[in-house]
Design a protein around this ligand. Structure first.
Ligand code: HEM
Length: 360
């Protein structure tokens, strides 16, 4: 037997190729008027891959440390297509956070978080936190004024958490202040820690989706059970996969157009000794929290307003993570509160983000 054949056989035994083919043949996607929401997870995955690829390219020239700003300037002006790669990386980061949020709300409204998919939901929420962590750590890397002060404010807010806040802030900053040590640390989080953890979680997330198949909204499932002739579904391979490919192609088109028409700005190099510019704001995906904290009075009864706000967000975050476990075996009408809560959350996050954007 040729060595090549032997390698193939070896792989075949370990990958249980037949099982994979059987799984691919069996996999179907339910067809109904909201089926197009099933594309969102895949689009988020596609943008994640774009992030990894463009991130690796940026690493060829980016230098964390005293020359961070100059190295990004070099990428933008000297490296062939460097400006395009950086723009794609920045635009794709923002689009990915948007599609991850949209994917989360869609699985919430389609009730896909319910038993047996609780762990898919939990791994998804942690992924969303990680994706926001990617955004926060990446924002500082060009070391420009806006990034510097946004990081200062963001880490200061972490410092408000009682007991563990201060040590957490010092851990994030690598000292009392935002300095070169913070940049080195954020670089490490951004290119090593977060990608490692995210890859593991993403694998778990996708494995769970493969094992459990795509959910059918509960109401429709009941209708289909009562009347099996009405059941409609599409084969995943090749029918749905080809449609997903078209969705990726469209996403790539939108991304390329945005990056080419609106190249990402670099701004002015950070100077820690000048006062913060007026109206400093975080990236859009943190605005709803930032604006809420700004609206809370400085003292609520005897508690510091900001501390109260940070604790409340921590608690809501935890509730959100464990959401599927709160409705396990209740009758159907009791379950409506989660949909109500989801509508409130969506309106609140959107409203506060717009308000935060328009506020001075
Ligand atoms: C990096 C971020 C994420 C990626 C790349 C990702 C990817 C995917 C993919 C490819 C699917 C299968 C297709 C689909 O139903 O859309 C899926 C399903 C799912 N995801 Fe995500 N996801 C991410 C974040 C999230 C978040 C934030 C949540 C919710 C908190 C979540 C919860 C779920 C659930 C419950 C399903 C099963 C849907 C069903 O069976 O109908 N995911 N995800």
């Amino acid at each position: 037997m040729s060595p090549f054949r032997r390698v193939l056989n070896w792989l075949d035994e370990r990958l249980e190729y037949d099982d994979l083919v059987a799984l691919a043949r069996k996999k179907t996607v339910p067809l109904h008027r909201l089926s197009y929401w099933y594309f969102l997870g895949g689009i988020t995955l596609f943008l994640f891959v774009i992030q990894v690829l463009t991130g690796i390219l940026l690493l060829l020239y980016y230098r964390p440390g005293a020359e961070a700003f100059e190295s990004v300037q070099y990428i933008m002006t000297q490296v062939q297509f460097g400006w395009l790669i950086r723009s794609i990386h920045s635009w794709s980061a923002n689009l990915m956070i948007f599609t991850a949020f949209a994917h989360m709300f869609s699985v919430l409204f389609l009730k896909a978080y319910r038993k047996p998919r609780e762990l898919t939901w939990v791994s998804g929420v942690v992924l969303l936190f990680l994706v926001m962590g990617f955004g926060f750590s990446g924002y500082l890397l060009p070391w420009n004024t806006l990034a510097f002060f946004a990081t200062k404010v963001g880490t200061e807010i972490t410092g408000q958490v009682p007991v563990i806040g201060k040590p957490m802030m010092i851990f994030l900053r690598g000292g009392e202040e935002v300095t070169g040590a913070t940049l080195t640390r954020f670089f490490g989080f951004h290119v090593a820690v977060l990608p490692g953890v995210a890859t593991v979680l993403l694998s778990i997330h996708l494995l769970l989706v493969q094992r459990q198949g795509i959910s059918v909204p509960p109401k429709l499932e009941m209708e289909w059970r009562a009347n099996p002739a009405e059941k409609r579904e599409m084969k995943f391979f090749p029918n749905f996969a080809l449609r997903e490919l078209m969705a990726w192609y469209t996403a790539l088109g939108v991304l390329g157009a945005l990056a080419a028409i609106f190249p990402w700005n670099l701004g002015v190099k950070a100077d820690p000794f000048v006062p913060a510019p007026a109206g400093i704001k975080p990236e859009w995906y943190f605005l709803f929290m930032f604006q809420t904290l700004k609206l809370i009075p400085s003292k609520v009864w005897f508690i510091d307003g900001e501390v109260l706000g940070v604790l409340a967000f921590g608690l809501v975050g935890l509730l959100w993570l464990l959401l599927p476990f709160f409705e396990s075996d209740e009758p159907a009408h009791m379950k409506q509160w989660i949909t109500g809560f989801a509508v409130f959350a969506l309106v609140y996050v959107t409203g506060m983000s717009v308000y935060g954007h328009l506020a001075k």
